[in-house]
Structure formats: structure tokens, C-alpha cells
Write a protein that binds this ligand. Structure first.
Ligand code: DQA
Length: 147
């Protein structure tokens, strides 16, 4: 099985961006951590990051033929994008939503996610370890889905 890990706007700046909120690990560290977690469960990963909503939607569509599940941190698009939500709803793949920070402890505008209602699981506030938890969970689900 194969998992697509999507990171949205500004997550390319991980490690230097508001380190008090998001920590000091970089996007490369996240990519490595996710692929290690997947490999441990016999899964492969592909990863993409984009600051552009349309590119994220295209990647979700492409996953229909290239992936068995999606882990997504949509960044601020989480709170604004009905289009990303509709894309996830439209592809019929299991989805795990990740947020590095505990969005519920932050500004009111981060409390609502358009994605959560179409996600199978949501991991919030576990730092970058949330990606490991998300990939591990999804990989285990994909294994048990396949006899
Ligand atoms: C985030 C939380 C969002 O509110 C924010 O816009 C981000 C990162 C997180 O991982 O904690 O870009 O998704």
C-alpha cells in the first residue's frame, strides 16, 4: 500500500517558522519520519508540499490512481478551503488530518476545520510526531483492509 502525505501553505518553512509554535524540525525531517513510520508497516509514502490550493487539489485527484490513503496537513487552508474538503470527499480514500499545533488552544479562527468532517481521524497538537501517528494508523488500517 502507498500513502500520500500532503503539506499545505507555509509548511515548507517548518523549522524556522514560529519555532515556539511548530518546533524546530524541518519539512525534510517530517518526510523522513513519515516514510520510516510507513515502511515499518510495509507501506510506501509519497510526499508533496504546496503553497497553492489548486496544486493540492490536483495532488488529491491524482491520488485516486497512485495512493491508498492520504495524510494531510492543509495548513491555513484547513480553515478556509471548501475546495480542498470537496476534493478529499470526492476521491473515496481514507484521510487522516494532522495539525502540529493544538489548534483548539489557539485563535478562534483556527478552531473550525472544513476537513475534519471528511477525515477518518484527526491528530492535533502532538507536534511533528502527529505525522508518525497518522501514517502508522493509516498504514495499519490499509493492512487490515487487505486480507
Ligand atoms: C497548522 C495549524 C494551522 O492553523 C496553521 O495555519 C498552519 C499549521 C498546524 O500544523 O498546526 O499552517 O495546520
Amino acid at each position: 500500500p502507498s500513502i500520500l502525505v500532503i503539506n499545505g501553505p507555509n509548511l515548507n518553512l517548518l523549522g524556522s517558522r514560529e519555532p515556539d509554535v511548530y518546533g524546530t524540525e524541518t519539512l525534510d525531517d517530517v518526510v523522513r519520519l513519515a516514510s520510516d513510520a510507513a515502511r515499518a508497516q510495509g507501506c510506501a509514502t509519497t510526499t508533496m508540499q504546496s503553497n497553492h490550493e489548486g496544486e493540492i487539489i490536483d495532488a488529491i485527484h491524482a491520488a485516486r490512481t497512485t495512493a491508498d490513503g492520504i495524510v494531510i496537513n492543509a495548513g491555513a487552508l484547513t480553515h478556509t478551503s471548501i475546495a480542498v474538503r470537496d476534493a478529499l470527499a470526492g476521491v473515496d480514500l481514507p484521510v487522516v488530518e494532522v495539525h502540529i499545533s493544538n489548534v483548539h488552544r489557539r485563535e478562534e479562527f483556527r478552531h473550525h476545520s472544513f476537513i475534519s468532517a471528511v477525515a477518518d481521524a484527526v491528530i492535533v497538537g502532538a507536534g511533528v510526531d502527529g505525522y508518525r501517528l497518522a501514517v502508522d494508523h493509516l498504514a495499519r488500517q490499509l493492512r487490515t483492509d487487505r486480507p
